[in-house]
Design a protein around this ligand. Structure first.
Ligand code: THU
Length: 163
């Protein structure tokens, strides 16, 4: 037996002011996209914005349902929009923000496990890793070189169909 370690680094910015002009604008767009959420049950509004390899920008927001499990997260709404509007075009970077009713939105929140799996599948199907940038409505910003860093030892089509 031996032990293995998985570790990764990510960037921490004190605010969006430290980002590049493009990253700052797209994070501002993700913050604005929280207003597009339909979240009457959780009141937790999530906005997502992606820039694709072809320069197009795609948005997503969480869409809830009275039958709770039917609701869809912002990230998966975005991925469905991107795949439908621009099939086969890889996503360069994905920006996520959120807003809750308590008005506490100054810490980045990471995508849920199901969304991590969905983002990982998107990386596989488009043969390109996705940069991930997360932040609340204000405060710190975290940037991950690849979204899949957040899902180590992930399950994918390679396992299912064989490498
Ligand atoms: N939500 C997202 O949109 N993305 C995530 O990664 C975490 C959770 C949504 C789902 C639900 O509408 C609300 O936030 C509360 O869980």
């Amino acid at each position: 037996m031996h032990k293995q370690t998985i570790q990764f680094e990510y960037e921490v910015f004190e605010s969006i002011e430290e980002l590049t002009t493009e990253d700052k604008k797209l994070m501002e767009d993700a913050r604005k996209a929280t207003a597009l959420a339909y979240a009457p049950y959780s009141k937790f509004k999530v906005g997502a914005v992606a820039i694709l390899n072809n320069g197009e920008i795609v948005k997503g927001s969480n869409q809830e349902n009275a039958s709770y499990p039917v609701g869809v997260c912002a990230e998966r709404t975005l991925l469905g929009n991107a795949a439908t509007l621009f099939p086969e075009v890889p996503i360069k970077s994905l920006y996520i923000s959120y807003h809750n009713t308590k008005g506490e939105s100054n810490e980045p929140v990471s995508p849920c496990g199901m969304c991590r799996q969905a983002i990982s599948e998107y990386e596989h199907r488009t043969h390109q890793k996705i940069r991930l940038i997360i932040s609340g409505m204000k405060g710190k910003v975290f940037a991950f070189e690849h979204a899949s860093l957040l899902l180590p030892l992930s399950f994918s089509s390679v396992n299912l169909l064989g490498g």
